[in-house]
Design a binder for this molecule. Structure first.
Ligand code: 5AD
Ligand code: SF4
Length: 448
């Protein structure tokens, strides 16, 4: 994919991208590197060695925004040493703040909104060669969403974006404002992408979208259940995952596909509840009650008793009383999630929740978050104990991050398993005996 300016915009210069936030951002970073390498830029291993630094930012909560700003500050000495160094802010903070960032911080040379990734090489040409200092934050809300997945050296497991943006407007969430209106990629393009990744050795794809369940092919080929079915039935991919599923749109049709293609889709579902209180769910504009959520989870568990669930939870949303919070704890006790990703509510610009009265004091949010983490920790040993002693199929992903002699992989339940094994096992699906189960990782053993 060369820009109009030809393939040598980079002239061998180096780029370092620092990534915050979700899997979508990680995947976007890989796309940026791929596009840039096609234009003769080279990835730098450290910011200190780079001619261009890009911060691919996240603005879903306030903390990551502060982190982005303080990271930029750390580059001041570098910029003084290397006046030609260019620093850009990409991702959701870039989209949200736009030109303001350039005004606020002279260290920043360019701002790249979430819709401008594919013109990054041209932007760098303008920034470096034409000395333009600008923000590219236009979002095309209507045009088609058609791309090729760009991954330089695909690993065992790869991401594939199926939708862009979000139309749900949960009252706490900035994403509909930073990623724009929801668009879906064409069905055939996605199947082509998955087949191409399979041809390059990929064994597992994770289909990505803010709400994958509202995927709808623009060519009328179908919705999310059809896509899942086709990816499982019409490609040779061995495992398929997807995230994020919105509980309001998770239905029996998706569940039926999950059951029919369990051999590929496994036994795992991330279904963010956000709260266990129907009152809070309503003011979050989530579109379901506690009871409706529980019904869906019960249907999932009844259809597949192996199913491992995970969730996102927000504590301290405006108006959340101790009673509402207790209902969240009781939801955790009832469902017994394998993983809970818990956050303190963080007021975000543009969102409806900003106008809600009755904010929860910071110290109460802190206390509730701590209590929720401790509560989940108290449930976790029993939840994971069921894996001990079993033989589970593990897709081997590669050496573990902490010990190169140890391999790591994941079960069909998305549980991480660490074990001793030879590197030629990477990419294989292997039965492993689980010797020890801890909440975040299992210890396995190759069966002789
Ligand atoms: N405050 C706290 N957590 C939030 N999330 C999204 N917006 C906010 C916010 N304003 C959490 C939700 C979502 C996850 C990706 O981030 O739980 O599912
Ligand atoms: Fe945000 Fe809700 Fe959309 Fe998820 S579904 S991205 S929480 S608005």
């Amino acid at each position: 994919m060369n820009s109009l300016l030809g393939p040598n915009i980079g002239r061998g210069d180096t780029v370092f991208i620092s990534t915050y936030g979700c899997q979508m951002n990680e995947h976007d970073t890989e796309r940026m590197y791929s596009l840039l390498e096609n234009h003769n830029f080279i990835q730098a291993s450290h910011a200190e060695d780079a001619d261009v630094i890009i911060i691919n930012s996240c603005s879903v909560r306030e903390k990551p925004v502060h982190k982005v700003m303080s990271e930029i500050g750390t580059y001041r000495p570098l910029k003084q040493k290397k006046p030609k160094l260019k620093i850009g802010v990409a991702g959701c903070v870039g989209q949200q703040e736009g030109k303001q960032l350039l005004k606020k911080n002279p260290l920043i040379d360019f701002v790249l909104g979430t819709g401008a990734i594919d013109i990054l090489p041209d932007i760098l040409h303008q920034v470096r060669d034409e000395r333009k200092r600008s923000a590219w934050t236009q979002i095309d809300h209507r045009g088609p969403y058609s791309i090729n997945t760009l991954i330089r050296n695909p690993r065992v497991s790869s991401f594939v974006n199926i939708t862009l943006g979000c139309d749900n407007f949960c009252s706490f969430c900035i994403v509909p404002f930073t990623r724009g209106r929801e668009k879906s990629r064409p069905f055939s393009e996605l199947l082509g992408d998955v087949r191409q990744l399979v041809g390059r050795g990929v064994k597992e794809v994770t289909l990505l979208g803010q709400n994958v369940n509202s995927y709808k092919s623009p060519d009328g080929s179908g919705g999310f259940p059809d896509l899942l079915r086709a990816v499982c039935a019409e490609t040779d991919i061995q495992r398929v995952r997807y995230t994020t599923s919105h509980p309001k749109d998770f239905n029996n049709e998706v569940l039926n596909v999950m059951i029919k293609y369990q051999n590929k889709l496994g036994d795992f579902l991330h279904l963010p509840a956000q709260s266990g209180s129907s009152k809070i769910l309503e003011s979050m504009n989530r579109g379901y009650t506690r009871e409706e959520y529980l019904e869906k989870v019960q249907a999932v568990k009844a259809a597949n008793g192996e199913m491992a669930l995970s969730t996102d939870i927000i504590v301290g949303f405006p108006g959340e009383t101790e009673e509402d919070f207790d209902q969240t704890l009781s939801l955790l006790a009832e469902i017994k999630y394998e993983n809970v990703y818990a956050f303190k509510y963080s007021p975000r610009p543009f969102t409806k929740a900003l106008k809600l009265s009755d904010p929860v004091p910071e110290e109460v949010k802190d206390r509730r978050l701590q209590k929720l983490i401790e509560f989940q920790d108290s449930l976790a040993p029993e939840i994971c104990a069921k894996y001990e002693g079993r033989v589970l199929d593990v897709l081997v992903e590669g050496p573990s991050r902490t010990n190169s002699k140890v391999l790591t992989g994941r079960t069909t339940h998305n549980k991480v398993v660490n074990f001793l094994g030879a590197s030629d096992l990477v990419g294989k699906i292997l039965p492993l005996k689980i010797k020890h189960a801890a909440p975040f990782a299992l210890k396995g053993e190759v069966i002789a």
